[in-house]
Structure formats: structure tokens, C-alpha cells
Write a protein that binds this ligand. Structure first.
Ligand SMILES: [Mn+2]
Length: 359
């Protein structure tokens, strides 16, 4: 059996309040469904964060419904678990459950085995950090089923993201043939020596511009990445203030001719930057992008941290002096040592004020 693994579709999201960005989320999801139908893939595992909000906009519900209907008409089925974006804190019925209830998709976040054509799918909804122990116990008590087994979770694994990780691959039962992960928005495909199958984050459909196709018909399941053409590209450029024209030319070469106008961030580096000049020169970039964000990094700021300070205290004093002159030195020398005693700090500050030391 070949399955599709998709995740974090966040239908209904509208970054920067832009209608075009909101449509991007529907476009990539729809294109993914096109690929799935064209390739006759019968099962789609969605690892959570179907909607961006527990109370999704009507358009998001309508679009999900029509895509599920298209899948259904072609004899395919979506299996899903819930992410934290789907789960209402108001203890209401999450919207995706409704579509499951109506028979347009199959909810598998209940931890029960769901068998389809000889493959068993088991999933759990998002467990918050405080509930990880509970999830670990539930995972530990799972029983291996004959044939292939697929696990769907919406959790961060520390092996994929040190800080967003909530649990580790050592918490996973070892016998699954594929671990369909959701939650982390960067896609990742990894194998671990203790685990039978590949562990993979399908990535956020919009941000990563893709999803996975997993072949379970072979002994060792293989994972292939599909790239979606309708995903909007985003770029980040760093250009030199002294060579603006050249930098802009290079940016225009890279961002023109795309299917959708990209989201562009330009960082301008240099000395004595005149922002009006920059905005003027960047006009064609602004016109060629859906959204342009310009950031400035004045040379001064770079000099500040050009060398690793040898003595932290004198470095802090130097910086304080540069930024706030003698008040800065006063703040570091006199006030900082009192930081955990606000009373004494206020007293010291008042004294300094009365003595005219803060002029
Ligand atoms: Mn999530």
C-alpha cells in the first residue's frame, strides 16, 4: 500500500492579514489532493493542525469539506489526528471531528487500531507538555498488529528540534513501519537505529511546499517528497548599502518569473543608511513581491560585537558608555548590582537624582 502523509495544513490561516496568503493555504492543500487522486493513493494520513484555529472561518470548513469529497469520490480516505490548533480550549467539539462524524474522513486520534487493507493506523491527538507522561504510557501499552503499522502523532521530537522537542524517539514503540509526525513545520526524514521504520515530519504544507508519499508495500517503507508548485516562495536577502543597485539587480533576477509573487525580506547593511534612498531603490522589488520587509543593520551595530569580549564587565561598561554615556556607566556600576533588591535600587536612583548625578 502507498499512502500520502500530510500535516499542518493550517487551513484558514491568514499571515499578515493578506487575502493572498490565506488563499495559499487552500491552493497547496488542493494541489496535494490533486496529486493524491492522480497517483491513485487510497489513504492520506493527516498528522494534525488541519485548521489554523479551533473556530475556523467558514471558507476553511467549506474548502476542507470539498477536498474531502473529492477524495471520497475517487475512493480515497483521509485519516487524521488533531493538533493543538484544532483543539478548542473551550471544551467544545473540534471542527475536524464533525467532518469525521459525517463520514468524510476517519478520526484516528483515539489511540485505537484502525485497519485498512492490511495496514493498521494508530494515532494520538496532541498531548501538551504536562501530558507527555500519559502519552508515553499509552504508547508503551500499544500492541503490534500483523501486517504493516503506521503511527500518527502531533508532537515535537528532540531529535528533530532541540527546543521544540517535547519527547524523544526513545518514547516511541519500536515496531512501527512508519512514524507520521506533525507539529514541526520543517520537513524531516530520519532513520533511528532502535526503530523499525522511518520517522518523518511532513512539514507545514504551505511553508514547506510539500508532503510525503510513503511506500509500505516493500519490506522497508520508503519515503518520497512531493514538491507543490502552488506554494508561494519566500526569500531573505542581505545587500550592501554601498552597492544597492547591484544588490537590487540580483534580487530582481531571483524573484521574477515565479508563479506567485514572493514574500521578500531585504536586510540592508552599511554605514549612515538613508532609508528614503533605500525605499526608492527597492521600489521595483516591492512591485515584484507580494510583501516586502526591509530591515536595516547599521555598521555600528556590527562593530559592537565584532570581537568576543575578553572581560565581560568592562565590555558591558564600554557598551553602556557608547549608548548612554555616563548614565549608562552609572546604570551598570551602581544599579545592576542591586537588581534583585528593587527597594535599594529605587533609593540609589533617587539619591543620584537629588545629587544631580543623572544630568
Ligand atoms: Mn502544531
Amino acid at each position: 500500500m502507498i499512502i500520502a502523509h500530510i500535516s499542518d495544513t493550517h487551513l484558514g490561516a491568514m499571515p499578515y492579514g493578506l487575502r493572498e496568503r490565506s488563499e495559499d493555504f487552500y491552493d497547496v492543500f488542493s494541489e496535494a489532493i490533486d496529486v493524491i487522486i492522480k497517483d491513485h493513493i487510497k489513504v492520506v494520513v493527516h498528522s494534525g493542525d488541519i485548521f489554523d484555529s479551533p473556530k475556523p472561518p467558514g471558507l476553511a470548513v467549506k474548502n476542507l469539506y470539498s477536498e474531502l469529497k473529492r477524495l471520497d469520490n475517487s475512493g480515497s480516505r483521509m485519516l487524521f489526528v488533531l493538533g493543538e490548533h484544532d483543539i478548542s480550549r473551550m471544551k467544545d467539539v473540534p471542527f475536524p471531528l464533525l467532518l469525521g462524524e459525517m463520514g468524510f474522513a476517519t478520526y484516528i486520534g483515539d489511540g485505537e487500531p484502525h485497519e485498512l487493507e492490511g495496514v493498521t493506523f494508530i494515532g494520538f491527538n496532541k498531548h501538551r507538555r504536562s501530558e507527555i507522561g500519559l502519552l508515553r504510557d499509552k504508547l508503551l501499552n500499544l500492541k503490534q498488529n500483523p501486517g504493516k503499522n503506521v503511527l500518527a502523532l502531533h508532537q515535537g521530537l528532540i531529535e528533530f528540534h532541540e527546543y521544540a522537542g517535547e519527547m524523544s524517539t526513545s518514547d516511541l514503540p519500536v515496531w512501527f513501519d512508519y512514524y507520521a509526525m506533525g507539529h514541526l513545520h520543517d520537513p524531516g526524514i530520519k532513520r533511528f537505529s532502535g526503530l523499525k521504520g522511518t520517522v518523518s515530519y511532513a512539514g507545514a504544507t504551505d511553508a514547506s511546499g510539500g508532503f510525503n508519499i510513503v511506500d509500505l508495500s516493500i519490506e522497508e517503507a520508503s519515503v518520497e517528497r512531493v514538491t507543490l508548485q502552488s506554494a508561494r516562495k519566500s526569500f531573505k536577502f542581505v545587500i550592501d548599502y554601498n552597492d544597492l543597485e547591484k544588490g537590487v539587480g540580483e534580487i530582481l533576477r531571483q524573484i521574477s518569473g515565479l508563479r506567485k509573487k514572493p514574500v521578500v525580506t531585504v536586510i540592508i547593511k552599511g554605514k549612515n543608511i538613508n532609508r528614503a534612498v533605500v525605499n526608492y531603490v527597492l521600489k521595483p522589488v516591492n512591485e515584484a513581491s507580494l510583501m516586502l520587509q526591509t530591515k536595516f543593520e547599521e555598521e555600528e551595530a556590527r562593530v559592537l560585537l565584532s570581537e568576543r569580549p575578553t572581560d565581560l564587565k568592562s565590555e558591558i561598561l564600554n557598551q553602556a558608555k557608547k549608548i548612554m554615556e555616563k548614565d549608562g556607566v552609572y546604570a551598570i556600576e551602581e544599579l545592576l548590582p542591586l537588581a534583585n533588591d528593587p527597594e535599594a535600587m529605587a533609593k540609589k536612583l533617587w539619591e543620584a537624582y537629588e545629587n544631580g548625578e543623572l544630568d
